[in-house]
Write a protein that binds this ligand. Structure first.
Ligand code: SF4
Length: 195
C-alpha cells in the first residue's frame, strides 16, 4: 500500500522527491525537448503513474497537457490517437485491464533507445558523460556519483546504482527494496517521508 497517492496537486513535489530516475527522466525530457514520448516511453510511464495513484481523470489531463507541449501534437490529435491508451489502461476501452508497471529487470532488459526515443533504465541508457551531467543537475553528491559510475563500469550493476542514488536522496536510509521495481522506489521514498 502507498502511504501517499500521486495526484495532480502533489505531482511536482513527488516528481523531484520520490520518483525513480527512470520515470523522472521521461517526464523531464518530454518537458525539456517539447517532443512527445514515443510508444515505449509512454508504455513505461503510463502504468507507473496509474499505480502511483493517478485517477483516470488525473491521467487524462496530465497526458493531454504533457504530450501537447509538443507543438506538433494538438488537442484534437491527442483525442484521436492518444486518449485511447489512457482509457485502455483504466479498463475503459478494450478487453484487458491495460498493462502493468514493469519491474526493474524487465526495464533493464528492454531494447535500447532508437533515435528520438526515451525509455528504459536511467542507469543503463545514459552514456557516462550524460549520466554525470544529469546526476549533477539533480544535485547528487560527488561521492555517490563516483560510486554509481564504478558500479556500472565494473559490473553493470544498475539496480545497485539505483540504491546508491536513493540513499543519497534519503539520508540514513539503507534503500531496502529499491532496485526491484520503480514502484518499490516510490513506495520506499513515500514511507521515508511519512516517518
Ligand atoms: Fe528505474 Fe529500476 Fe533502473 Fe532504478 S533500477 S532507474 S527504478 S529501472
Amino acid at each position: 500500500e502507498l502511504s501517499e497517492k500521486l495526484s495532480l496537486g502533489n505531482f511536482e513535489q513527488l516528481l523531484s522527491r520520490s520518483f525513480p530516475p527512470c520515470m523522472r527522466r521521461l517526464v523531464e525530457k518530454q518537458r525539456e525537448t517539447k517532443k512527445h514520448l514515443k510508444h515505449a516511453g509512454r508504455l513505461q510511464l503510463r502504468p507507473f503513474l496509474k499505480a502511483c495513484g493517478f485517477t483516470f481523470e488525473d491521467s487524462c489531463s496530465w497526458w493531454r497537457k504533457e504530450l501537447c507541449r509538443d507543438p506538433t501534437l494538438t488537442s484534437e490529435k491527442f483525442e484521436k490517437s492518444y486518449l485511447y491508451d489512457v482509457e485502455h489502461a483504466y479498463g475503459k476501452k478494450g478487453h484487458l485491464q491495460g498493462q502493468n508497471c514493469c519491474g526493474c529487470p524487465a526495464i533493464i532488459a528492454s531494447p535500447g533507445e532508437a533515435a528520438g526515443q526515451v525509455h528504459g533504465c536511467f542507469f543503463k541508457q545514459l552514456e557516462p558523460s550524460a549520466l554525470q551531467q544529469q546526476l549533477q543537475r539533480w544535485q547528487v553528491p560527488i561521492a555517490t556519483m563516483l560510486e554509481i559510475q564504478r558500479l556500472i563500469k565494473e559490473g553493470k550493476h544498475y539496480q545497485l546504482a539505483c540504491i546508491e542514488y536513493f540513499k543519497s536522496q534519503h539520508p540514513s536510509s539503507d534503500g531496502e527494496g529499491v532496485g526491484n521495481s520503480p514502484m518499490d522506489f516510490l513506495r520506499t521514498s513515500c514511507r521515508y517521508h511519512k516517518a
